[in-house]
Design a protein around this ligand. Structure first.
Ligand SMILES: Nc1nc2c(ncn2[C@@H]2O[C@H](COP(=O)(O)OP(=O)(O)O)[C@@H](O)[C@H]2O)c(=O)[nH]1
Ligand SMILES: [Mg+2]
Length: 462
């Protein structure tokens, strides 16, 4: 036996065995299907941290001919102490024979020493047909734990508990689609306490999982700040913008803004993918809504939500900040600039003598800078932009943390999830704005970046 714990996950088809395996081993490649009989051979999945195997779960096909199997086992008079050997005999007799294919597959890891996790569906009533397979599992003499998966609700959980208690050393309610990280740890801890042989291995597994969780959250905060910096400082060089100004070609200008938006979205998505990889999601399809910098929509009320702040909230920040002048002076922004982006307005004002630039100035959103000398578009100067990015990034990161690797649905983030920044205290909002401005000046190695990382880390832990 290897030095890490091994458990075989068994039960009827379609009770969520593969889902339990996917969730606990944090593997989104495990096949999960509403069709029964998807798993025909036992598949071994390990959870590895830093290339070291922490534990292994064996996903097995369900019992197909439990009745016939038990009849075979019972064909000889046996004392209880001989039963485990009899099961091994069964596996040996039918291995490769083409008979009892599923039973041989699922019993093989068990007779080699794996513990048993038996999975049932708590939304369907208990019935004695399960007793045959539970009896076979009892014959193996291995440590046996049962998980009641409330697939369609918990109506029959109590009934199942009564029945399972007679065959298993431990019965727990466990929902592989919604169990939190702490619930995973708790389950592993219980396994460890019960399993005399593998207890030490489980204790080590828990310790490592906890340590890596911390490291990953720190890494996540670092990724978020680096990406925030990239987005806040993004500039697009453009000769075409000047052409747009001189020839007054709105099409050219809007092409440039589209290109700017596409790039912002690409950068944001790259950051999200880094985070997904960090939390071991390799095939996640998501529906997060585009980050859209669009001039005509700036003052459109329906867009304020997307921008991370409600219109009245923004007025509140500005009015509140006006009342607390000390805070505002600290950020370096006037109350009005929070509303309309007067910072960039000033910059553009300086360009108004240029031929054609008056027109361009009117066409560009006031918070999107354009430097005529350098032919540069961006960076976005509106302070709200930082909040939008932070809000979206936090929503995405939190979704990663609460998601199960058994979940095969698209990741969707509701619009109101993007508004988390507005629920923060005014003081915090102002402080964050200031740190974002400093981040742009100091870069991702500076002190502001460190403060932002600390704040984000706390948001992710809590
Ligand atoms: N709603 C819900 N569906 C689940 C849950 N666990 C499993 N399923 C679904 O039940 C089906 C069978 O799951 P699977 O893990 O493949 O079962 P297995 O055949 O026992 O390996 C899949 O469509 C799963 O998405 C659960 O906790 N809640
Ligand atoms: Mg399966």
């Amino acid at each position: 036996m290897p030095d890490y714990p091994i458990m075989a996950v068994v039960g009827h088809p379609n009770k969520g065995k593969s889902s339990v395996v996917a969730a606990l081993t944090q593997n989104d490649q495990v096949q999960i299907s509403p069709l029964s009989g998807t798993t025909r051979v036992a598949q071994h999945f390990t959870l590895k941290l830093d290339n070291r195997t922490v534990f292994e779960l064996v996903d097995t096909p369900g019992f197909q001919r439990a009745g016939k199997c038990l009849a075979w086992l019972n064909a000889q008079e046996l004392a209880a102490d001989q039963r485990p050997a009899r099961v091994a005999e069964f596996v040996e007799a039918f291995s490769g024979s083409g008979q009892f294919v599923d039973e041989v597959e699922l019993l093989t890891p068990i007779i080699r020493g794996a513990g048993i996790i038996y999975v049932v569906d708590g939304s369907l009533p208990y019935s004695p047909e399960y007793e045959t397979e539970m009896e076979i599992l009892r014959w193996t003499g291995r440590l046996r734990l049962a998980l009641i998966n409330p697939i369609g609700g918990d109506t029959y959980v109590a009934q199942w508990q009564q029945a399972l208690n007679q065959y298993f050393s431990l019965v727990r309610l466990f929902d592989p689609l919604h169990a939190s990280f702490d619930q995973h740890l708790q389950l592993l801890r219980t396994f460890g306490e019960l399993d005399a042989h593998q207890g030490q291995g489980f204790a080590q597994a828990i310790e490592q999982l906890e340590r890596y969780r911390q490291l990953k959250l720190q890494q996540a905060a670092r990724i978020l700040v680096e990406n925030l910096y990239r987005l806040l400082t993004y500039q697009q060089s453009s000769n075409r913008l000047e052409q747009a100004a001189q020839a007054q070609l709105p099409g050219l200008l809007s092409d440039e803004i589209t290109r700017f938006n596409q790039h912002l979205n690409r950068m944001e998505r790259e950051g999200q993918q880094q985070l997904e990889a960090l939390f071991l999601y390799h095939r996640l399809e998501s529906d997060i809504g585009r980050l859209e910098v669009h001039q005509s929509e700036l003052m459109d009320e329906s867009q304020w939500t997307l921008w991370g702040l409600e219109k009245n909230q923004l007025v509140l920040v500005s009015a509140g900040a006006g009342a607390a002048i000390g805070l505002l002076a600290d950020v370096g922004l006037g109350g009005a600039s929070l509303l309309t982006g007067a910072i960039s307005g000033g910059v553009l004002g300086g360009l108004s003598g240029w031929f054609g630039l008056d027109w361009l100035k009117q066409q560009l959103p006031p918070w999107l800078q354009f430097s005529a000398e350098k032919h540069l578009l961006g960076p976005v100067k509106d302070p709200n932009f930082a909040f939008v990015i932070l809000g979206r990034a936090l929503s995405h990161a939190r979704a990663m943390l609460s998601r199960s690797h058994a979940d095969r649905e698209r990741l969707t983030i509701r619009e109101d999830g993007l508004n988390r920044m507005q629920s923060l205290e005014l003081k915090t909002q102002v402080r964050l704005l200031k740190q974002c401005r400093q981040l742009v000046k100091q870069g991702p190695q500076g002190q502001a970046a460190e403060r932002l990382r600390d704040w984000l880390y706390l948001q992710l832990v809590g």
